[in-house]
Design a protein around this ligand. Structure first.
Ligand code: HAM
Length: 429
């Protein structure tokens, strides 16, 4: 048969190779522990939802809904979208399963892939992973502060370096519309200097002009009115409480009045976690409060606040502490007959919790030892023809470069093997 061209992954969809996934594992273990300490339970959500869910929650005029969703019609003529984020799904599920009511708070976390058809670049993918958490049922500033304390703790645990929590308030229905008009008037007067994208944003989503990355727009918007200077009394007091509580908990944050977020459901608290050294895609996480979302999706009128971390980006700034698991024992059968003995030995040792690498045959002793060396194993069990007839194996201590006999009783439970190996290899076994 002719050799075929190999098939590559879809653009923006990537493989997470063992070195990277080992780091993700550290992150997941730490996150699970922190979430449990803070009283969060895991929710596993479907990867696809009805398109309407995202249109209604994230907002029709956001970049995500307008341009970035993977949407298709299934055979039953339902419009389905691969989730671009999970907050909408959490709220949908909480309403559907009656997890929340006016006097019942719920803390949920999730992890998994999200899909956005953005232009791929460093730190930006079309399939990417998030770990996120939502507290549903409370509009108290205490919860906003607590969520940020949790984030600070989690980032410290995984050794994320160079990170900053940037905080803003986006106001609510009583102060944002008037501010929007004020901002629009300011930007309309300077329309000609704005980029094409921002000119479009003026009609659809003028707040987004504030966080345009174009140098020209930045310069123009430098003097623009800011929402935190035009908050209503209730939003002002909420924002002041969040800051005071964070101060009391010694969480350092930077107030950034230009944070607007790319999703429409936010009100009041909004934040982003940025990290140095990542280039333009420097947000490793984001979140905020969404007090109208639950009711807007048909649930009770209760508030919510949460965040999501981008796992790829966080992985890039985490301390390189993740160790790939190394086998401690390498089993090397040298003959065909020795293979079944090798398999039995490996199974017995694994049954006792030992990490074992079993070498498949067809290679010389020299080749096998080279492989054993690469595997990082401290002890190698060599089973050749001589060993087989004497019902033993030769154990090579790779660090001392010494050989020792090991008697094999294939009827035993394996404990005697572990004990013999422990005597030979000390802690290594
Ligand atoms: P978001 O800011 O859209 O918020 O996404 C959160 C994080 O996901 C970003 O800070 C970034 O690290 C990562 N991320 C987003 N898009 C990409 C991409 N194309 N490639 C790689 N990483 C990406 C949300 O998704 C909200 N649901 C967060 C939230 C939860 N708000 C309240 N609760």
């Amino acid at each position: 048969m002719a050799r075929s061209a190999h098939i590559t992954a879809v653009k923006g969809f990537r493989d997470v190779l063992p070195d990277e996934s080992a780091r993700w594992h550290v992150l997941e273990v730490e996150a699970l522990d922190v979430f449990s300490i803070y009283g969060f339970e895991e929710i596993r959500l479907p990867i696809a939802e009805k398109t309407e869910l995202f249109a209604r929650s994230i907002g029709e005029s956001t970049d995500i809904v307008e341009k970035e969703m993977y949407t298709f019609t299934d055979r039953g003529d339902t419009s389905i979208t691969l989730r671009p984020e999970a907050t909408a799904s959490v709220v949908r599920a909480a309403i559907e399963h009656k997890l929340i009511s006016a006097d019942n708070e719920r803390r949920l976390f999730y992890r998994g892939p999200m899909f956005r058809r953005e232009r791929p670049q460093k730190g930006r993918f079309r399939q990417f992973y998030q770990i996120g958490a939502e507290v549903l049922g409370r509009d108290d500033a205490l919860v906003d502060a607590e969520v940020l304390v949790l984030l600070r703790d989690l980032l410290a645990r995984v050794g994320a370096s160079g990170t900053t929590i940037e905080l803003n308030s986006l106001g609510d229905e009583s102060c944002r519309p008037a501010y929007r008009e004020r901002l629009l008037a300011f930007a309309e007067e300077r329309r000609d200097g704005l980029c094409e994208n921002c000119r479009q944003r003026l009609t659809r989503n003028p707040l987004r002009v504030l966080d345009c990355k174009e140098e020209g727009c930045r310069r123009i918007m430098d003097g623009a009115p800011l929402l935190i200077d035009h908050l209503c009394e209730a939003c002002e007091s909420h924002f002041a409480s969040v800051r005071a509580l964070l101060d009391a908990a010694a969480v350092s944050v930077t107030i950034n009045p230009r944070i607007v977020r790319g999703l429409d459901y936010y009100c009041r608290t909004a934040f982003e976690i940025t990290a140095t050294g990542l280039g333009s895609q420097n947000a490793i996480g984001g979140g905020g409060r969404y007090d109208n979302l639950v009711a807007h999706l048909g649930g009770p009128a209760v508030g919510g606040v949460g965040f999501a971390l981008g796992v790829e980006r966080l992985g890039m700034v985490m301390a390189q502490s993740a160790q790939t698991r190394q086998s401690t024992v390498f089993v090397a059968p040298l003959t065909d007959d020795a293979r079944s003995v090798g398999l039995c030995l490996a199974t017995r040792l694994r049954g006792r919790g030992k990490s074992v690498e079993l070498a498949a045959g067809g290679r010389s002793l020299k080749a096998l030892m080279r492989h054993a060396n690469r595997s990082g194993a401290h002890l190698v069990l060599i089973i050749g023809a001589d060993e087989l007839s004497a019902r033993r194996a030769t154990v090579r201590d790779m660090r001392q470069q010494t050989d020792h006999p090991l008697s094999i009783d294939l009827d035993s439970s394996g404990q005697d093997l572990v004990e013999q190996l422990s005597r030979l290899g000390g802690a290594a076994a």
